[in-house]
Design a protein around this ligand. Structure first.
Ligand code: PMP
Length: 641
């Protein structure tokens, strides 16, 4: 709702306001737009009883109650209001803005024919009671009817809708009150609006927002190109709720890739906590406030002994950077052992332990102090599930590297690993691998770091942290993404012994980390995971979806492998099951098609050929079914991607 201006189309009233009924509107911040009572209440709170100013909704603007899953082609939902919407009080007298003759009253629409210099113009009005009889001639300002009392079933009404046509309306036209966004491309085929009768179209009825393509263009101009966006035709997102995103046109997209918004997009309890704490206090961690201590205590309670001391940081990269620094300082060594294919973040130090980047496009190669264990991928690695004990075989590879480093006189400071590899391709580590690798690392005097940035906080279903599914206890745990449900917060947790050994007098200060707002949010996220039983839910839905994906694999050659644990899965696409040639372009194309059909998924992995599935934890069986239905359908239509 913005400015006010005047217009005389309603008896006794001139003031009106532009009303935005798209999901970008504040009206739907605390309102379920599928609940008509809630919509009515939100509109009433904003527009009052409509006696002060009435509301005008611009033609071809998104209409929240019509929001729907985006689908291709003919099934594209009609989410835009076609014609002007007038939000008035019931019983008000509607005046014609231009002289004309009433020609019909069919299908709940009053049609008026207006004579004009350049030929006749018809106006079509919905939502009027007691309309002027057919055949009556009206002068400008005469009463056309009174505003209908009916709210309709979406809670928006009473709404009078007005379209104009350059030809006499057919019966079909009288049923056509909403348009599909793609129809905007041919405005000449669409009816006009109230302002074709009035003359001037008030500028405030035009959206002030940039369209999706305009945002892409501005991004291209103003953002570094290396900060790439998903998709070649990305929708402009305006809202997230639960496991759903919504775009500027009211299309809904199922989010299957955001493990950051762990307990759901715009989770009301998280929002309320953040707002409440921001009103009271926010400052840095060198001040004394309760939340930092109690949140640290809560985090430690989720971990096994002896992991008991917390460093707060803001990002997963900072967490790993600090973990490397701690390891190097307490061991007095420099070398780090990593898993090939891994990604641990974006700082200079962690890029140096991320083969996924330094060996990828534009990568600068492996630093001399970094040493790679072969990627423990039982699908396409050097030991596959055909191997009698791939975990032990990969473990022996790790042990050989540690032994070589010791023999060379450059023993490792740390062994850093994810407990289920994310960016490398959602790779579940073979049983027995981490125990063997940790034992070898410790025998070499190295610190074992578990990077839980992707998979922690209950996502594994069977356990709260990923290392627990592998039966190991690390010396340092790094965590990030899900902790703050999108608020940037991360942590390093270690033993008292290591934390104290790191304290050599050099201060560790991090301006934003562990601030009162972050700690309040983090506490609420842990509360929700616990109170809503999200860990058990992840196990149930994850198992269900994994089974369904395995069924899909039996039916579609393009799927080479399906793997996962809890709500963290990967679907690896290959051109040939024998050669396992990665279906990289196919994975990208399929993701684009999935998006056009209302499902957000994206390729990851060393070859960018693995569809990643790591949705907000509130993703349910119904959403799993939808994901499967859409993927199945696309694979039938595009068996080669
Ligand atoms: N570790 C892992 C395993 C990650 O996947 C990522 C990010 N994708 C990071 C660390 C870095 O986290 P951030 O982007 O928050 O710095």
């Amino acid at each position: 709702m913005t400015e006010e201006t005047t217009l005389s189309i309603v008896q006794g009233r001139r003031t009106w306001r532009a009303v935005d009924l798209s999901l970008e509107s504040d009206l739907f911040d605390n309102c379920d737009w599928t609940d008509s009572e809630a919509v009515t209440a939100s509109l009433a709170a904003s527009l009052g009883d409509r006696s002060e100013a009435f509301g005008i909704v611009g033609s071809l603007s998104a209409y929240a109650p019509r929001s729907a899953i985006r689908c291709n082609g003919d099934e594209e939902p009609a989410t835009l209001l076609l014609g002007t919407g007038l939000l008035l009080a019931p019983g008000e007298r509607m005046l014609v803005p231009r002289a004309g003759c009433v020609v019909s009253h069919e299908r709940g629409a009053v049609v008026v024919e207006h004579e004009e210099a350049n030929g006749p113009l018809w106006s079509v009005w919905w939502g009027l009671d007691t309309p002027a009889p057919v055949g009556s001639t009206l002068m400008q300002g005469d009463e056309l009817g009174t505003v209908h009392a009916d709210r309709g079933d979406d809670g928006i009404g009473p709404l009078v809708q007005v379209q104009t046509l350059r030809r006499a309306p057919h019966l079909d036209d009288l049923d056509r009150r909403f348009a599909r966004p793609s129809e905007r491309e041919h405005p000449e085929l669409l009816p006009g609006d109230l302002f074709d009768l009035i003359g001037e179209r008030p500028p405030i009825l035009f959206s002030k927002h940039l369209t999706g393509p305009a945002v892409v263009a501005l991004r291209d101009q103003r953002l570094a190109r290396s900060q790439r966006a998903y998709y070649t035709r990305p929708p402009r997102l305006v809202r997230g709720r639960g496991v759903w995103f919504y775009d500027e046109d009211g299309f809904a997209y199922l989010d299957s890739i955001n493990n950051v918004t762990h307990v759901g997009h715009s989770e009301p309890r998280v929002v309320a906590t953040a707002e409440r704490q921001m009103r009271k206090l926010n400052t840095n961690s060198r001040f004394n406030y309760e939340g930092i201590a109690t949140y640290a205590q809560r985090l430690v309670a989720t971990l096994p002994a002896p992991l008991e001391v917390v460093f707060f940081v803001c990002t997963g990269s900072e967490a790993n950077d600090l973990a490397l620094r701690i390891s190097r300082q307490v061991t007095g060594r420099e070398d780090i052992v990593v898993l090939d294919g891994a990604y641990h973040g974006n700082t200079t130090a962690v890029m140096g332990v991320s083969p996924n980047r330094y060996k990828g496009t534009g990568g600068r190669g492996r630093p001399a102090t970094t040493h790679e264990v072969p990627i423990p991928d039982v699908y396409r690695g050097i030991y596959t599930s055909e191997d009698p004990d791939p975990g032990a075989s990969y473990g022996a590879e790790a042990a050989a590297i540690m032994a070589r480093l010791v023999a060379q006189g450059t023993p490792p400071a740390a062994f850093i690993t994810e407990s289920l590899m994310g960016t490398a391709g959602n790779i579940v580590l073979p049983q027995g691998f981490l125990p063997a690798a940790f034992a070898a690392a410790r025998a070499a005097g190295a610190v074992c770091i578990s990077d839980e940035v992707q998979v922690g906080v209950g996502r594994m279903g069977t356990h709260f942290w990923g290392f627990q599914i592998n039966g190991v206890i690390p010396d340092i745990v790094t965590m990030g993404k899900p902790l703050g449900n999108g608020h940037p917060m991360a942590a390093v947790v270690t033993t008292r012994e290591i934390a104290d050994a790191f304290d050599d007098g050099v201060k560790y200060f991090n301006t934003f980390a562990g601030n009162p707002v972050s700690c309040a949010i983090g506490t609420t996220v842990l509360d929700i995971v616990e109170s809503d039983g999200l860990q058990a839910h992840a196990l149930d839905v994850g198992t269900y979806l994994l089974d369904a994906l395995r069924d899909l694999k039996d039916r579609h050659e393009l799927i080479g492998d399906v793997r996962g644990h809890g709500l963290y899965m990967g679907v690896e696409l290959v051109r040939d099951r024998g050669t396992k040639e990665p279906a990289t372009t196919e994975a990208k194309h399929l993701s684009e098609l999935m998006k056009d059909n209302g499902i957000l998924t994206y390729p990851t992995g060393v070859h960018d050929n693995v569809l990643k599935i790591k949705p907000p934890m509130v993703f349910g069986r119904a959403e799993a079914d939808l994901y499967i239905t859409v993927l199945d359908d696309l694979l039938v239509r595009h068996p080669h991607g």
